[in-house]
Design a protein around this ligand. Sequence first.
Ligand code: B12
Ligand code: SF4
Ligand code: SF4
Length: 223
Amino acid sequence: MDKNLLKEFFEKQLIPLWGVAGLKKDGPLLLPKNLQGRFTSAVVYAFPLSDAVIDLLSGGPDLIYLHHYRQVNYLLDRIGILAAELLRQNGYSGLPVPTNQVIDWKEEKGLLSLRQIAIRAGLGWIGRNNLLITPDFGSRIRLSAVLTDAPLDAGEPISFGCGKCTRCLSRCPANAIKAELGDFNLAVCRQFIKETCGRKRIGQNICGLCLCSAKDQLCDGKT
Ligand code: B12
Ligand code: SF4
Ligand code: SF4
């Protein structure tokens, strides 16, 4: 498969960041059992969230962010459906990964971890806020992917780039983010989100306060 076809497609959709994760070796780590062996690559892509919307957040999620979050999810799902069709028209199969659908409610997991796929494709690294951080947009992106059997060159992971920056620590009202990477506390993050979204009648488990911009990485004097 000519990768330029995908490049042209994503350019047309105004997708500024995408890449390919190889699944031949990592399939068992990344895919649920019923999908293993069927797909050799994941084409993962990201759409930036509006800085204007995120910068308005104060103390927790609001309805403007809720609307933006939903619309970006719809947009990414729509692009995934079109990308799968492009692959089909070129003789390959494509499975659009649901952008934000929880598939396993007991474990609270999606079809696969979009963060892990994005790391493998070289889009960014896991930051102190437990999110995928990209050099150009920080963590202010949403991710989606299409699984395929098309032969595509895979990307390479990039190294941790938060440097000494710790800006997100003070932004988290639940104190879930710590200076040590492995110390992120998902339980208190989840508790804050559920309590706040319930009280504010947001109707979706969102927060967004720790979505850092690319400027945050640059402020730490990485140089
Ligand atoms: C369910 C869910 C939640 C649950 C968490 C449950 C959970 N188990 O993680 C709740 C409601 C708490 C939540 C909160 C948030 N979420 Co959420 N969430 C999801 C969803 C739908 C599924 C996550 C999942 O399957 N997790 C299961 C575990 C296994 O995977 P993981 O957590 O992604 O990956 C971790 C581990 O695998 C480990 N890891 C890393 N490398 C490797 C390598 C190996 C080999 C192994 C074994 C592990 C490992 O580190 C990863 C990061 O912690 C994803 C979409 C998706 N399909 O990925 C969005 C997603 C992760 N959420 C997202 C966001 C933005 C948020 C929030 C900011 C809320 C909001 N939108 O306002 C907060 C952020 C919390 C935080 N700081 O981490 C984005 C992240 C974008 C980014 N820049 O990274 C995603 C990708 C949605 C999207 N389509 O863009 N979320
Ligand atoms: S605010 Fe700084 S430390 Fe936190 S995730 Fe973003 S770049 Fe990393
Ligand atoms: S999503 Fe909210 S509660 Fe969770 S780590 Fe980020 S700022 Fe803290």
